[in-house]
Design a protein. Sequence first.
Length: 133
Amino acid sequence: MVRYYHLELLACPECRNPRLLVYSLKESIKEFDDSVASKLKCRKWCYLYDRPASTVPLDTCRKTCMFREIDEGVIVCPSCGRWYPIVNSIPVLMDDKYRDVERDREFAERVKDKLPSWIKQYMLHPLSLHEDK
């Protein structure tokens, strides 16, 4: 499962860039243990509001972010241009040599009409579909 506050723990498997971009296509609201909520807050970047974490009040985190799970979406590395799908709440962050090109193409085809143009440009990049291999 991937929630917004998990994203700052991830990095691109290819170039190791820690500042990834995320676009959520489908989310769900999940139960959350309130005793843990008081201890959680993003340290550097809020991926839900796409701004520095220091500008987001903890109350906002407790009321919105912590309950949201990304069921389907796309993670993009702006550094190397690769993209990674989020499928069934799992980010598929794999090194190129382990990725399934056909599965990636099927995912891209299925969601392309739901994505903004800035994401599509990454998905059309040759490296992102492993055609350079």
